[in-house]
Design a protein around this ligand. Structure first.
Ligand code: FES
Length: 119
């Protein structure tokens, strides 16, 4: 039988993320993803690697729609993944939608960095 893979991955309820909080999602063979919740309840997902020296953005401080990297304080846009201010660089973002109170990630974007064997 041939099952179509879902376009969106259900990664759990929105309530699992406190406001201004983050969690991580491992990707087998790829880059870990960081999922953030802002003070206003918006959810964003980025590869969990600062564009400067790969600091874990999930451990940074969220304010408005930015996260401050815990290593050297670069500010990264949660919307675009771009470094702000005088800093340059960009981390991939993953599209998110909320369906029935659950967080859904765009499958292809979430697995973009993974080496997936499709035999
Ligand atoms: S690794 Fe993020 S600011 Fe340096």
């Amino acid at each position: 039988m041939n099952y179509a893979l879902p376009e969106w991955l259900d990664i759990g309820p929105v309530e699992q993320l406190p406001a201004l909080g983050a969690r991580t999602l491992p990707v087998q063979g790829g880059d870990e993803i960081a999922i953030f919740r802002t003070a206003t309840g918006k959810i964003y997902a980025l590869v969990n690697k600062c564009p400067h020296k790969a600091g874990p953005l999930s451990q940074g401080i969220v304010h408005d729609t930015t996260v401050t990297c815990p290593l050297h304080n670069w500010r990264i846009s949660l919307v675009t993944g771009k470094a702000l201010g005088d800093d340059a660089g960009c981390v991939p973002t993953i599209s998110v939608k909320i369906v029935g109170g659950r967080i859904m990630l765009a499958r292809a974007e979430a697995l973009a960095g993974a080496q997936v064997d499709v035999a």
